[in-house]
Design a protein around this ligand. Sequence first.
Ligand code: ADP
Length: 746
Amino acid sequence: MGTSLRVLIVEDSEGDAVLIAQELQHSGYDLEYERVYAAEVFSAALDSRTWDLIIADYLVPGFGGLEALTILQQRDLDLPFIIVSGVIGEDTAVAAMKAGAYDYVMKDNLARLGPAIRRALQEAEGRRARRQTEETLKLRLDQLAALSQASQAVTASLDLDQVLAEIVSLASKVVAANYTSVVLVDETGHVGPSAENLPGVPALEYRIRDSGFTNLIVRSRRPVVIDRIGDDGRVSPDLGEEAPRFANPFLAEAGVKSFVGLPLMVKDRLLGVLYLHSLRSGAFHDQQSLLTAFANQVAIAVENARLFEETQRRLQELTLLNQIPVGGGAALDLDALINGALKGLHELKDADRTYFVTTDPDARTWETTHELTAPGIEPDTGLSGTFADTQVELATLLDGQPFAVSDIATDPRVEGTREMYRALEVQSKLLVPVRIGKQLRGALGFDYCRERHVWQPDEVRLLEGVARQLELALENVHLFEQVQLRAEELTTALDRLEEADRFKDEFIQNISHELRSPLALIRGYAEMLETGELGELPPEQQKPVAIIARRARMLGDLVQDITLILEAEVNPPEPMPVPLDKLAQAAVEDFQVVVEQAELTLRAEIAPCLPPVGGSPNYLRRVLDNLLGNAIKYTPEGGTITVRLRQEGEHVALEVSDTGVGIPPDQLERIFERFYQVENAARQEQSGIGLGLALVKEIVEVYGGRVMVESQMGEGTTFTALLPIYADPGESDQTHAAANGQAGAL
Ligand code: ADP
């Protein structure tokens, strides 16, 4: 078998044509040929089928080789054209070649025809192959450029509607679609946002019809390519039993002749379908890889825009959530707190009823206590029941879990409560527990009545977050209430204490008052006995009487201290000028006898011309008496006590030093407290009740001064009282200085 060859021969002579054919068969070709000799027939033959070669006689009456060549060139067909002629001169041959003939062969030398054809065919084949490679390359480049442009354009925006519009406008450039539609489909198979640019079609309302192409693509997740839509709307190829036979009528009306439907997939998820329509038949034939690549780009852009929208929505929700005034500064009132939270949630969600169910864990009952409803929705505030009525719900809530029902009609968990919910027209419901510690205090509730609401896990989590916030706030309220209760108890206790204190003061004051006169009598007689004014005492009575006299003095001092300390606290006498030097001098003289009895030395170092201090002579004398009395009490035999007075700036400093037992450093702070006594050996013998220094400090401070102490254990103690120099409140600074001068001169 030779090489098959389809030849169109332009030749008026049947005989010559046969000769040519024979020659070709000789050359080893399996020949199929047609002879023509008129222009129309030639044109028709060219159109009717494909040829490998044209052989034309140069001279055919009315239709020669050159005319045939012209027609061929108009068709833009790259077919080798060989002239066979009997009477052709060199010039004619050259002209023919110039016009585009591949070769010429003389009829008397037909043996050349075989090799000439072989060469021509080879060359034509080479040209075709090159042309094809170039075309493929160009196509690839165009596609790549278009795809990159598409991916840039569709991913440039994150707004879903804008992305869809961009896809529609781009498809015409990238994949040569005249019209485009994108239909998004959600997880439940419902049609979401879409975009299209089909003319004359009112905004496409895509519904997934059982018998439609979208349903086929959604189910099979494979592309559908329709090469032709007939005038009657019938599609071809026929895609089998399951597939629709007819295209939507509006496609034919828009002049669409072919279309392709591509599933938009991200990983294993279907996002929707992209339809590309063309006004040409077979426009999307053999374009599978480009179309898939384009659909992938579109899917990614849609997914990104969706994720972005989702994130935006969540962000918005969170922002709103944060604005819900739970636990805010003023939110310490339970009702205000719950109402505030419900208000925020009512704005955030579009639930028909947003409410709070208060539970009573002891009585095991619940009641809807707070509620907000959408317009036209009957509130169910006051609705109540027992835990037993709503067992399943309560078991979930007591467990700390949310109770979410997307479809009241079918959910088996609400079997026992369905009738109650039906009566309230509830279609979907969510209850989120609100607990304090482990105890259920109530639940946030959301009812959807007008249409069902499919609860999404992250949505429920968000509402649980609000419940947590509410829990914290409620806990605060709880704590606040407890603190308030405690504060009230404390105030009452404090009032009682203050009252008791007042009673005690009054009591002590009364007792002291009552004790004063009898004590003065006892003291007076005891001293008279002691000094022998009432006659010489027998020696065995002298000591006991001395003890009685000393104790009576001490008791008298004590009662005076008590009276003064209470008075100093409540109603101290107004300060008046007191010459402290004279007061000190008198005290030193008064103590002289006691000091000698105790075998101590008492010295006074009083600076001359000291100004008077502001105070009360009675009080200040008690200061001196107590400081001197202590010094004597706590200084062993042979010791020395020194009283010093000097001016220090605006103060007169009174210093009482002894060479006594000293005070432990860790107790120096405390000796000025009422009834505080240092634990030391000396104390045992010395009576006292720990009031003396407290009185000293109170008196000095009442008149604007202060007391200090320095002490070394076993070496001695020095108390210093700084008392402000007296300033007459009615006089100016100058006269005040003059008064000081006078006082000093006295
Ligand atoms: P008391 O009635 O016990 O003397 P005070 O208030 O006068 O009460 O003194 C408090 C305590 O300070 C005393 O118990 C004593 O231990 C200590 N104290 C006071 N003065 C001196 C002092 N000059 N030397 C040592 N200890 C002193």
